[in-house]
Design a protein around this ligand. Structure first.
Ligand SMILES: Cc1cc2nc3c(=O)[nH]c(=O)nc-3n(C[C@H](O)[C@H](O)[C@H](O)COP(=O)(O)OP(=O)(O)OC[C@H]3O[C@@H](n4cnc5c(N)ncnc54)[C@H](O)[C@@H]3O)c2cc1C
Length: 354
């Protein structure tokens, strides 16, 4: 079986890797360049929101990520997946109370520290003292390193077409999909926010949300990942930090904006330092679905065209999970869970005429 995959962000990369693990032949089509996945902070944060609630499928997603990313590290001979705690700023007594109440609930013991820590400005590397709660089970994936190394691996093994997929190059047959000179049994689309240009899947309710991040060099001793309004994450080299990310559902372009920069600089000034150098400022659209669940499965009128999208703000943890589900669906015809299945959305056209 030969499977084509359009898009080499987290969704396409994890799909390609899992299919290869199963011994299937794959080809990936992607022109390359920055995408939402390469600029992401790369966190798996299983407890989110103002109420510190476990995120959707947190236990299962973590278990699969802990299996798949180390296997990719082994294949590529790199280190890019790390267990790291994450610290949530608790701004007042109420937040600290809520944290401690949540931490002792069943199912939360492994995730949240029951106690609140007090970080003094003098020895935390921050500009001001604060109370923090610790999330034990967080992870950091160096997405850029993983994706770039995997891309090189695909190139070296003749599995990558470094071009954009265009509908006019594709002929849909009953037995296979022809794209240029290649025949695929299935063609899977993992285009992130690029799905809006795909005539087969642009009816799906994907709402791109723009995110922005700064990479800075800053002489601070902060060596922990922390979240206040935004994240401050120690990056690869000493004194280098990833700062992000504001969310904008109304943005009309994916370019770094003065407003995004201003918000992030205010954050840096408040928490970290007023003396730093900006190394890079980047922005991208996250592909969020209307119901905030991923969307996977096959086209209602073209059973050889598949989709993996809607990873939203959680692509690092969701990508290995949906790739697993699609592998089981393609190889063993396992049904897809209803909450992620494309069939939960009504196809707005006649299927017979397409
Ligand atoms: C600033 C920021 C911070 C984030 N932080 C986190 C985080 O900490 N943790 C987390 O889990 N998630 C985070 N996210 C979200 C995460 O990045 C996304 O969920 C994820 O990247 C989506 O992956 P994707 O593969 O669906 O899309 P993308 O990463 O956008 O990849 C889509 C790929 O498809 C390709 N493509 C599109 N159209 C075509 C075409 N016609 N032909 C060929 N190729 C095509 C593109 O070139 C691209 O490579 C963050 C996002 C942003 C922007």
């Amino acid at each position: 079986m030969h499977i084509g995959i359009v898009g080499q962000g987290l969704a396409g990369t994890l799909m390609a890797f899992r299919l290869m693990q199963e011994g299937l032949r794959i080809s990936v089509i992607d022109p390359g360049g920055e995408n939402s996945s390469t600029i992401a902070s790369g966190l798996i944060n299983p407890v989110t929101g103002r109420k510190y609630v476990k995120s959707w499928q947190a236990d299962r997603l973590l278990e699969i990520a802990d299996r798949v990313y180390p296997a990719m590290e082994e294949l590529l001979n790199i280190s890019c997946y790390f267990h790291r705690p994450l610290f949530r700023m608790l701004h007042d007594h109420q937040q600290a109370e809520l944290w401690m109440q949540r931490a002792i609930l069943p199912g939360y013991e492994a995730y949240l520290s029951p106690d609140v820590e007090f970080w003094k400005a003098e020895n935390s590397g921050l500009r001001r003292s604060t109370e923090v709660g610790k999330v034990y089970e967080a992870r950091w994936l160096d997405t850029e390193k993983l994706l770039n190394t995997f891309r090189q691996y695909l190139l070296d093994t003749d599995r990558l077409f470094p071009v954009a997929w265009k509908p006019q190059d594709t002929i849909i047959g009953d037995l296979h999909i022809q794209w240029k000179d290649n025949l695929f049994d299935y063609l899977l689309f993992a285009e992130g926010s690029g799905i809006v240009n795909n005539p087969y899947f642009n009816w799906l309710p994907i709402q791109p949300s723009k995110g922005e991040r700064l990479l800075i060099n800053c002489p601070s001793s902060l060596d922990q990942t922390m979240k206040a309004s935004y994240f401050i994450i120690p990056y690869r080299a000493a004194n280098t930090y990833w700062i992000g990310s504001p969310t904008d559902f109304n943005a009309t372009d994916d370019q770094p904006s003065p407003r995004g920069k201003q918000l992030l600089e205010e954050h840096i000034n408040h928490w970290l330092s007023d003396s730093y150098t900006i190394l890079d400022h980047a922005a991208a659209f996250r592909p969020a679905s209307r119901d905030r669940r991923p969307i996977i499965g096959f086209h209602p009128g073209h059973p050889r065209l598949g989709v993996l999208n809607g990873l939203g703000t959680k692509g690092v943890s969701i990508a290995p999970y949906i790739a697993d589900l699609m592998v089981g669906h393609i190889k063993n015809q396992y049904p897809l869970p209803g909450e992620v299945d494309i069939n939960r959305f009504t196809y707005p056209y006649e299927t017979k005429s397409r």
